[in-house]
Design a protein around this ligand. Structure first.
Ligand SMILES: Cc1cc2nc3c(=O)[nH]c(=O)nc-3n(C[C@H](O)[C@H](O)[C@H](O)COP(=O)(O)O)c2cc1C
Length: 465
């Protein structure tokens, strides 16, 4: 008998960080028979903040009660849970920033954050759940994957880089074997690796875990070929992402996007692995066209980002939808804003200004990158931190121009923003450039739609009215 796990999905709901593709969205998509994906970005902070907000519906504590090491679950609750939630004008407690050598405190939060998100997404149905991670965010990757695998994650998807080592890491973690990840460090003459021994953290009684399928999110056929040839383990498929997609995009080959940035699908087909097309694919026609091109289906982000189940604050969803209907929605590719150096698509909201330089503070650090400091040690810095700090750490002030603090801004978009000087940090909203799906999903900007409506629309079933 074939199970849902053996069949490849036609639709992948794209991973959207931080917390836009949360467990509620991924679960709804999986229940609609497609691949629901949780974002794996910053889940340690998401966990700590949901607990400090009092976990109002009890879901986080329900998942933690299912974790096979209850001493750890209790220790985390004791540290972060606040009955009734913290006062709205008080800041959240922040977590220590990780380094090349991981501490137990960091690993515990990364693993538990990932476990909770995947466990909740999988609760009460037998559909398939994936986790999306960004290659650029390296330090939390291995413990996050391990926590997700303890919860039985079915797929791992990774974009934003060349994830050559991840397939082998998944093989190792499945066998509870030591793994290592090469960390990008500028200015060093040697290679630097982060080590992770799952045996040290593995709850008693677990001797092996399911190895999730690995899908690389890429924007070039050369990269797909490289991954097939040189990855440390099996790559089960590809999402081919066009530069119209939401979130970060691959930089253009020449100055601006043009024909050279289009992926040669014939070359992808030659690799013989399943693939999905992403970026402006949110329609029945696009899904059918993708299949004619040999794709398994499509990955869709923006259409799911604005549905009821996603993590974006309802008032932000409403504003964006109203702007679209009023022909006032502008999605701009910003080539400077992201500390990763990749272009990112942003939407300007009313009533917020980009925080000025004097208010910048790097207290989350997910997008820091490695460098070798004067004393020869590996350290980390972010161009969205205050310029003086970045320069102190050997960076050049030019690299800070136009940078925004994505870590803090994206957390504000999902209602988990830090409070500074009594005010919540302004949100940062990323989206794809194609919103034409809204005309098929909504008759009026005051209606809303669910994840299952998006799946119905993509598969050519009825328009919602
Ligand atoms: C709000 C938002 C956040 C995103 N964050 C991520 C991310 O963290 N990792 C990733 O690989 N892709 C991310 N994406 C890209 C989506 O996974 C997906 O590939 C893309 O949105 C598809 O294009 P579409 O938006 O036109 O449907 C994001 C997209 C959106 C809209």
């Amino acid at each position: 008998m074939s199970t849902a796990n053996e069949q490849l999905p036609e639709i992948i709901q794209g991973g959207m960080g931080v917390g836009v593709s949360n467990w509620t969205l991924a679960k709804a998509v999986a229940q609609a028979g497609q691949l629901g994906v949780v974002s794996g970005t910053a889940l340690d902070t998401v966990l700590a903040r949901r607990l400090q907000n009092g976990d109002p519906d009890g879901s986080v504590r329900r998942a933690m009660a299912a974790y096979p090491d209850q001493d750890l679950a209790k220790a985390i609750l004791d540290k972060y849970f606040i009955e009734g939630g913290k006062p709205a004008d008080k800041p959240f407690k922040v977590l220590p920033m990780p380094s090349l050598q991981l501490t137990r405190t960091s690993v515990d939060m990364m693993m538990m954050g990932a476990f909770v998100e995947v466990w909740l997404a999988k609760e009460g149905h037998d559909g398939v759940i994936g986790m999306n991670l960004l290659e650029k965010i390296q330090l939390p990757t291995m413990p996050t994957l391990f926590g997700a695998m303890i919860a039985g994650v079915d797929y791992v998807l990774m974009g934003g880089g060349i994830p050559l080592m991840i397939p082998g890491i998944l093989d190792g973690l499945a066998g509870i074997k030591s793994v290592e990840l090469k960390v990008h460090v500028s200015g060093g003459e040697e290679s630097y690796f982060q080590q992770f021994d799952p045996d040290e953290y593995c709850p008693v009684g677990i001797t092996e875990l399911k190895r999730p399928k690995f899908i690389a999110v890429i924007s070039s056929d050369t990269l797909a070929r490289t991954l097939v040839k040189r990855a440390t383990g099996h790559v089960d498929g590809f999402v081919i992402e066009h530069h119209s997609a939401g979130g970060h995009n691959a930089p253009p080959r020449r100055g601006q996007y043009g024909p050279r940035d289009e992926v040669n699908l014939a070359k992808i087909r030659e690799l013989g692995r399943p693939f999905w097309l992403a970026g402006g694919c949110a329609s029945y026609d696009m899904l059918e066209a993708a299949k004619v091109d040999g794709a398994q289906g499509v990955q869709v982000g923006t259409a799911f980002a604005y549905c009821r189940e996603s993590g974006i604050l309802p008032e932000i969803k409403q504003e964006v939808i109203e702007k679209y209907f009023a022909h006032k929605l502008h999605v701009e590719t910003d080539f400077n804003a992201s500390p990763t150096g990749y272009p990112i698509k942003l939407i300007e909201l009313d009533g917020y200004e980009v925080p000025d330089e004097s208010t910048r503070r790097c207290d989350l650090g997910y997008l820091r990158s490695g460098f070798v400091s004067k004393n020869g040690e590996v350290s980390f810095r972010c161009p969205s931190s205050p310029v003086s700090k970045f320069v102190e750490r050997g960076g050049s002030s030019d690299m800070c121009a136009g940078k925004q603090c994505l870590c803090n801004g994206l957390l504000s978009t999902i209602g988990l923003g830090q409070v500074r000087d009594g005010e919540v940090i302004p949100p940062i909203v990323t989206s794809g450039s194609d919103f034409s799906f809204l005309r098929y999903l909504l008759d009026s900007p005051h209606d809303s739609y669910g994840a299952a409506d998006v799946v119905d629309m993509l598969q050519g079933r009825t328009k919602v009215s």
